[in-house]
Every structure is written in C-alpha cells, then in structure tokens.
Design a protein around this ligand. Structure first.
Ligand SMILES: Nc1ncnc2c1ncn2[C@@H]1O[C@H](COP(=O)(O)OP(=O)(O)OP(=O)(O)O)[C@@H](O)[C@H]1O
Length: 308
C-alpha cells in the first residue's frame, strides 16, 4: 500500500526526515511512534501527497505522489493533527460539503453522511454546530470526514492527542472497527499505549530516523525485559538525584535507568527484585512493578522518554 525507500524531507538546511524505509501492507494497522519533532508529521504529509518528497522513492497504492497526487488523494483519507472542520457549520453540513468536494452526487452524499454519522456515533449531534461539540466529538467528526470517499488507506496524525481517556477509547474502538472492515490504517503517535493498542506493526522514529521496527510485542521482547520495577526514593527537592541510589541496586537488575523522579530496574521478576532492594535495607518511598512497554523500548534505544 505504501513503500518508501531512502525517503528524505528537508526544510532549507534542516533535514526533518533523514532517509527512512517503510513498507505498509494491505489491511494492517501501521504506526510511527516517536516524540515531538521526530519527523512523523513530515513523513505523513509526504505520504498524503501534500508535501513534496525531497529525496528517495515513495509509492502510494503503486503511484508516485509527484505525478499522481490527485489520483492518490482520491483513494486515501487524511485525518490531520488539528481538527480542521468548519466550526461555524453543523456536523452534517461539514460532511456534506466535503462529500461534494469529491464530486459525489447529492443523493449519494446524503446517504453516505448518514452512514458516517452513525459510524462515528454522532447521529444525535447531526444538526449541532461544531463549536458546541466536545473535543472527542470533533475528532470523530474529523475521522468521519476523512472517510467520505471510502478510502483504502486512512492516515491519522496523532488521532487522540488532547483527548480525555474516555474519548480516546471511543476513537480507538472506532478505528479498530475500520480495521475490521479492511481499511489500512497508518497513524502517528507519541503515546506508547496507543501504539500498543492500535498497531500491528510500527517503526520507532527519533530525530528523522527509524531506530527500530516490529510488532509491539516483538519490539518489547527484543529491547526490554519482561518486567520493570519502578522505585522512587526520597531525594532532596533541590538538586537531588536518583543517581547515587542506582549505584546501590544496579547488580539486582539486567539494566537500570535513572529518571529525574525515579529509578527503573529492568528484570524478568519485578517482585523478587523489589524484595532484594528491601533486603539491602533500602527504603523506597514508592514501588511499582509493571510489564515492559514501548516507552521502555524507546528509552533503551534513545536514552530519552517519549513525552518530555
Ligand atoms: N515547514 C517546516 N519548515 C521548517 N521546519 C519544519 C517544517 N515542518 C516541520 N519542521 C521541523 O521538522 C522537524 C520534524 O517535525 P514533524 O512535525 O515532522 O515532527 P513530528 O514527529 O510529527 O512531531 P509533532 O508531533 O510535533 O508534529 C521539527 O524539528 C520541525 O520543527
């Protein structure tokens, strides 16, 4: 569905995407995971055929965005990072006008709009003005709009950024339903839980490069331990650090990461590791044992956390 080889994007002297290879297959849900500024949006805009490729090869549905932009745009859906729906129009009008852009006949657009309102659970809000919708409803409207032309590929740039947990779950559930219908999903996110929930396969991006690729589970298995014990020690609020504590426990885990507010001990048995910490007479103010996540993979590969 999408193939990129050595893809680059430069803005003047600055290179936002520095030569990436990507292959997205039909029907899969593919993710770009990385922190702000990693180059995810720049990549998505090239894939959406709205931003020219600086260098490298890019094919969308077998077509070249440089020469086949309109044909590509007719077959994909784009859900941008900020909701760009018209706030003065009603929910229904937004979808209707967009459908007409695609040159669909009036009757067909009306039927399609009803179907989409139902799909994103906005039928009851059909006549509401967009300004009066919650953030989650606006996002669902943007998703509905991107589906007007029955796209084969749906591109979503940070689909749940800024939404509360409940609204995020509704969006995830609708995206999952689309995947079930056979739509290929390509999304960017800086939320590791979103990547874990929604993607079959993902690339981890950092500073314009891909640093790892695989399924969420395979990435975790490859780059992290089964569990993580998080320890918070009482440290002085001014200039205090967890680094001295790390030295006292580093032999208890496969790896130790020092964050500003806690230590992460990577181990296959978190409870046992915490017990050994206590046996040493050390007394963390709080402990938490959890499974490894994509956040741990990112930390391992880049030395930084996904969200600053
Ligand atoms: N039009 C532009 N002109 C100059 N620099 C740009 C432009 N668009 C993006 N950049 C820069 O390219 C880098 C990558 O930006 P990009 O938006 O692709 O990252 P991202 O991973 O999507 O992050 P975000 O989540 O913040 O959108 C950033 O340093 C950004 O400032």
């Amino acid at each position: 569905m999408i193939r990129a080889v050595g893809l680059r994007k430069r803005f003047g002297d600055f290179e936002a995407v520095r030569g990436i290879d990507v292959d997205v297959r039909r029907g899969e849900s593919f993710g770009f995971l990385g922190p702000n500024g990693a180059g995810k949006s720049s990549t998505m805009r090239m894939v959406a055929a709205v931003s020219p490729v600086t260098e490298g090869e890019l094919r969308i549905l077998g077509m070249d965005p440089a020469t086949d932009g309109p044909a590509i745009r007719a077959r994909i859906g784009v859900c941008p990072q900020d909701d760009t729906v018209d706030t003065e129009l009603s929910v229904r009008e937004n979808l209707y006008i967009y459908g007409r852009y695609f040159g669909l006949p009036r009757k067909e657009v009306r039927a399609r709009v009803d179907e989409l309102l139902e799909f994103v659970q906005l039928t009851e809000k059909a006549n509401a003005v967009v300004d009066d919708l919650s953030g989650g409803m606006k996002r669902r409207l943007t998703i509905a709009r991107s589906l007007v032309n029955r796209p084969e590929i749906l591109l979503l740039d940070e689909p749940t950024t800024g939404l509360d947990p409940q609204a995020r779950h509704v969006v995830w559930e609708r995206l999952f339903a689309l995947k079930q219908q056979g739509v290929t999903l390509v999304l960017t996110t800086h939320y590791m839980d979103e990547a874990e929930q929604l993607t079959d396969r993902l690339v981890v991006m950092d500073k314009g490069l891909i640093v790892a690729e695989g399924s969420p589970l395979s990435l975790i298995a490859e780059h992290s331990t089964r569990e993580v014990a998080e320890l918070r020690f009482p440290v002085p609020p001014e200039g205090g650090s967890h680094a001295p504590m790390a030295a006292q426990v580093e032999d208890l885990a496969d790896r130790v990461e020092v964050l500003p507010d806690r230590l992460l001990l990577y181990t296959d048995d978190g409870e046992e590791c915490v017990a050994k910490v206590h046996e040493r007479g050390l007394e963390p103010a709080a402990t938490l044992v959890r499974r490894s996540s994509l956040e741990d993979v990112f930390l391992r590969l880049t030395g930084r956390t996904l969200v600053d």
